[in-house]
Write a protein that binds this ligand. Structure first.
Ligand SMILES: [Fe+2]
Ligand SMILES: [Fe+2]
Length: 179
């Protein structure tokens, strides 16, 4: 599957989970369960997306700024997700936080699908986009921990289209630090 399709499929899933969450008015077992499902979709998606897609593109000048901006938005969304998990547990302003998370993610997804995808389509061959899509799908189920990146940089290098691997390995000490 092309990387664009694989990413888009996940984006739709997260958006629909957030919409379902926002239909609820009260904290309940159901809201807790939905928040957990959002977490289980979002974190592996973001880690594998950074590992496979962003790390390939960031070595190319025309994509670098957009990709770095994307990393920042991941951090922002994950901070909101943590706040949502906590506020749901304490039954405090969870809905307000859920709305903020939904807005932040919709903004991020729009930018990713419009701006990052169009730059990526200029950079990646069809074959590379296919290889990245397969690598993304292959990697995602293995990602359970947020600290994933720190331990498997070598694996990531191996899964990338070869022309990106060299620039990635050169950068390894800074990639994914503290994530
Ligand atoms: Fe994404
Ligand atoms: Fe993203």
């Amino acid at each position: 599957m092309l990387i664009y399709e694989a990413l888009k499929k996940d984006h739709e899933k997260v958006k629909s989970l957030l919409n379902r969450l926002l239909l609820l008015n009260e904290k309940s077992e159901h809201s807790e369960d939905l928040i957990q499902q959002i977490r289980d979709e979002l974190i592996p998606h973001a880690r594998a997306e950074e590992a496979i897609f962003y790390n390939s593109l960031r070595s190319i000048d025309s994509a670098k700024d957009l990709v770095m901006h994307g990393y920042g938005e991941h951090m922002e969304a994950e901070a909101l997700l943590k706040r949502l998990q906590m506020s749901d547990a304490f039954n405090a302003d969870w809905k307000e936080t859920a709305i903020k998370l939904k807005n932040a993610l919709e903004h991020h997804i729009r930018e990713e699908e419009d701006r990052i995808f169009s730059v990526a389509k200029e950079i990646l061959t069809e074959e590379e986009a296919e290889k990245l899509g397969d690598a993304f799908e292959q990697m995602k189920p293995d990602i359970k921990e947020e600290g994933f990146l720190g331990t498997t940089l070598d694996l990531i290098g191996n899964l990338m289209p070869p022309r990106f691997t060299k620039a990635f390995r050169k950068d390894i000490p800074t990639v994914g630090a503290n994530r």
